[in-house]
Design a protein around this ligand. Structure first.
Ligand SMILES: [Fe+2]
Ligand SMILES: [Fe+2]
Length: 208
């Protein structure tokens, strides 16, 4: 069955390639292909760091659904600007369904029972930090080399925004940690009071 899906996808890619207007000059025709990562995720044979191919595929499917969501919202915005309300409406309705698909994958990737708000903040900080310390700086460097000043400006903006997001998450996490520490001290005081009361009750019982 997987093999069948692979051949179907391969055939459809070939047919897209043959009907696409072939770019003249040095433009690479592969740029004309739009491959939905969710559709090709079944080809992922590299295990995730946890050693599971299925987890890796869920991550790919999540990425694909998330991208479809944003892409359809963007298409809806353009369609509405062009005065095509019907096209805008179907893109928006479908975008909403893609969010639900992405949530379904997240339910399996981050089971609710294992994800505390603190853990969620840590994951978010890790992602944003990766963006502003590694991903965008390397993209910026390459955009600079290619002389794409618009992309350099866009990446600069994203570096600043990702840093801000990471800092905002970090400060919420720190506040939460302080709150938990304060709560733990209150709980400890309560536990000590109960222990004292129990000791008094036991000694009264023994002396009776
Ligand atoms: Fe979907
Ligand atoms: Fe961000």
């Amino acid at each position: 069955m997987l093999l069948n899906r692979f051949f179907r996808l391969f055939k459809s890619l070939l047919s897209i390639g043959s009907i696409m207007p072939q770019a003249s000059g040095s433009a690479c025709p592969i740029r004309e292909f739009t491959i939905n990562p969710a559709e090709v995720s079944f080809m992922n044979k590299t295990p995730s760091p946890s050693g599971s191919i299925t987890i890796r595929n869920l991550e790919s499917a999540f990425a694909g659904e998330s991208m479809a969501h944003i892409k359809y919202r963007y298409f809806a915005k353009l369609a509405r600007k062009a005065g095509d309300e019907a096209t805008a409406a179907i893109f928006e309705a479908t975008a909403e369904q893609e969010v639900q698909h992405a949530f379904g994958h997240l339910d399996l990737l981050y089971p609710a029972a294992t994800l505390t708000p603190s853990r969620a903040l840590e994951i978010a900080i890790e992602g944003e930090t990766h963006e502003y310390t590694e991903m965008y700086p390397s993209f910026r460097h390459l955009a600079l080399e290619e002389g794409n000043s618009q992309a350099v400006a866009e990446f600069d903006e994203q570096i600043a925004e990702s840093r801000e997001h990471a800092q905002a998450f970090r400060s919420v996490l720190q506040t939460a940690a302080k709150r938990f520490a304060a709560l733990a001290r209150v709980e400890e005081r309560h536990a000590n009071h109960y222990r004292e009361a129990l000791a008094v009750a036991n000694s009264t019982k023994e002396s009776a």
